[in-house]
Every structure is written in C-alpha cells, then in structure tokens.
Design a protein around this ligand. Structure first.
Ligand code: SF4
Length: 363
C-alpha cells in the first residue's frame, strides 16, 4: 500500500465517513497493509480526539461467581469449572473503601461489576444508592456492569448519577448462540438501547479470539457505531482451564493491533480501551496499543491477574503519554512501586486467577 492508503483512512475517519465492510475487513487481514504505517494512521485519529491522554479504569469485582448464565468465556458462568473465589455482593463499606484505593491508585473511572443475569428492582436501588455515595465522596467517573436492564432500572441508575453503563456485545449476532444459550444478542442490544434512552453513556465491547471470522468483528464495530457507544473495551480471549471455551483462536500480537486499529477507524471518537488480554496477547508489542487506544484497565480483570501497576504506568509514561489523574505520574509510579506485585499473569499458557487479596484489597 502506498502512503495515500493510510492518509485516506485518517481523512475519512476524521471526516466521519463510514467505509465499506470489506475495507474494515481488509484492515484486519491484508498482508500488504504495513502494520507500523497502520498504527501511525490510527495514532493520528487517536490524537485528534484524545491527544496523548490515557484514562485508567479499575474494576471492582463486586459480586463474584454463582451466575446462572452460561457465557462460555466467563469464569463465573454456571458451566465454568474454574476455581474462583466466589462471594455475594460486597458491603457498601467495602466497596467505598475500594473506591478510595482505586482513586488513590490513579483510576479515572471506577467500574463496578456484578455477576448475574440482571439486577432485581431492589438490587437496582441498592446499586443506585452506592453510585450516589461514591459520586459524592470521590471525583471518579462511575460505571456499572450488572447484566440485563430495562428502561425502569436504567432510569433509576441514571437518576442516581451513574455516568456509564457497561454491557458488552462480545460477539456478532450470528455467532452469539455459539458462546451463550441463556440469553440472546437481542437481549444485550435492548439493554444498551434502554441505557441510551435514559441518558446513560454506554460502554460496550467485544471479545476477539472466540472462533469468529474477521467479518464478525467488523459487524460488532459498525453496530457499536450505530448505537453511539461512547466506550469500547476490546478484549482478547483469555485462556482459563475449566471454562467451556478455553483456547483463543488467531490472536497474534499483530492481529490484536489490527483489531484495535479497525475499531479506531470505525469508531474514531470513541474511547477505545485495551481490555482483558493486553499483556497475554500483545506481549512485547503491548506499548504499540497505546498509539491506537486511549484507555486501559489497571490491576487486572474480573478474575484474571494483570500486569503490575508500576509496570503499566512506566509503559505509559516512558512512551510519552499522559495519565488522566489528580495525581502526578511520578506519584502514581512511586505508589505502584511500593506495592508492586510481580506475580506472573500466565503460567503454562493459561491465565492466572486472582486471589482474595487481589479481589478484595480493602479487607
Ligand atoms: S452474565 Fe456476566 S457474569 Fe454471568 S456468565 Fe455471562 S458474562 Fe459471566
């Protein structure tokens, strides 16, 4: 490809144009597209919308396991045999103490995740009270992931001051029944639409590497564009021994970067997040993902260990990016170094599970 190909991608993304699906597929698959030139083009779009900023998200796995759903990639599914630390919903005091830790550790956004199909009316009101209390106490953006929601429940959360609702599409409509049988793609779409109708920002992403063709990833990207998703977490399937779906397919570091680039060109102004699997699948090319995406998760994922926070902060600052936080980059690196956890994120090609100290750091 000559340079006009890459400059054309940038111009059309910045101009708000949508390409043909085959052109997005080409970004994922065409060996004539030079990776470095592609990342450089994606960087131009990234910086036009987000400068060199990086938003750090910290997850709170607020109710772990015991889920009646059968999402085959998930360690909390009823079908999973992964030995996770199960517990019911944490107390308000514990969640508030963890919000404080997340803020002090550099979180821009605090994401509370509750396993299960969806919250009852009572649980929704409990979540709303929690959101109000966190928003009143810490200058954090708050996101909740609690399963399927209707308009009434979305309104309760919106009225409590929730900034954003997370509900991932995960895969394409056609592929959905292969990864989950207890709810449908349509159920997930409806939840996102209910969130939008009630004034919530939406965070919705995917998991690449579940056996889907490249065209499915393009379909997800264009669906999220049409839904107006403000935030798109791009996950790469993590292998857990004991899950129904264990082995990721087709995830070379280069392919993962191409996936991130395709989401940047198709959703140019969205917050594109490097989510689960950034350490595991991007490997030595991880830093390149910052030139495309503008946010990431710190301190691991729901049940999977992630890289030590000091290592992640050093990667961000050494590459010249700016962490969005009330604290200086130096203060964040020093604080993270003082509590550095150097345990590996993988052993024998499988993801390492978080222990109770990782999951409940304020206890
Ligand atoms: S609904 Fe959520 S917590 Fe339950 S199995 Fe699916 S992804 Fe896991």
């Amino acid at each position: 490809m000559d340079s006009t190909y890459y400059s054309g991608l940038v111009d059309r993304a910045l101009d708000g144009q949508v390409l043909d699906t085959s052109q997005y597929e080409q970004i994922l698959l065409d060996p004539d597209i030079d990776l470095l030139s592609l990342v450089h083009a994606a960087y131009a779009v990234r910086t036009a919308h987000w400068g060199k900023t990086v938003q750090v998200h910290i997850l709170n796995n607020a109710a772990n396991g015991k889920c009646p759903e059968d999402c085959s990639y998930c360690t909390q599914a009823k079908t999973s045999e992964v030995d996770i630390e199960e517990y019911p919903m944490k107390t308000t005091d514990e969640i508030l103490a963890e919000a404080k830790l997340a803020y002090e550790n550099g979180a821009f956004r605090y994401c509370m995740v509750f396993s299960g199909r969806g919250p009852s009316k009572g649980r929704t009101e409990q979540l709303a009270a929690l959101v109000s209390e966190i928003k009143a106490t810490y200058p954090l953006e708050v996101c909740v992931s609690a399963g399927l929601l209707d308009d009434e429940k979305a309104a309760v959360l919106a009225n409590a001051g929730l900034d954003r609702l997370n509900h991932n599409l995960n895969t394409s409509e056609e592929h959905y029944a292969e990864i989950c049988t207890t709810h449908t793609y349509q159920d997930r779409l409806e939840t996102l639409r209910a969130a939008k109708r009630n004034g919530l920002e939406t965070c919705s992403g995917l998991i690449a590497g579940m056996g889907e063709p490249a065209s499915d990833l393009v379909e997800i990207a264009l669906t999220l564009r049409s839904l107006g998703a403000e935030s798109i977490p791009v996950n790469f399937l993590l292998p857990f021994e004991g899950n129904e779906l264990v082995e990721p397919t087709g995830l070379s570091p280069e392919y993962c970067l191409r996936v991130l680039c395709m989401f940047r060109f198709s959703n140019p102004s969205a917050e594109i997040r490097i989510a689960a699997g950034r350490e595991f699948h991007l490997r030595s090319m991880e830093v390149m993902s910052l030139y495309v995406a503008n946010s990431l998760f710190l301190e691991g994922y729901l049940n999977a260990k992630g890289a030590a926070s000091n290592r992640t902060y050093e990667m961000i600052t050494e590459a010249g990016f700016e962490i969005v936080s009330d604290f200086s980059a130096n203060a964040l690196v020093n604080r993270a170094e003082a509590t550095a956890d150097e345990r590996p994120v993988e052993v024998n090609g499988k993801s390492v599970i978080k222990d109770l100290q990782d999951l409940r750091p304020a206890r």
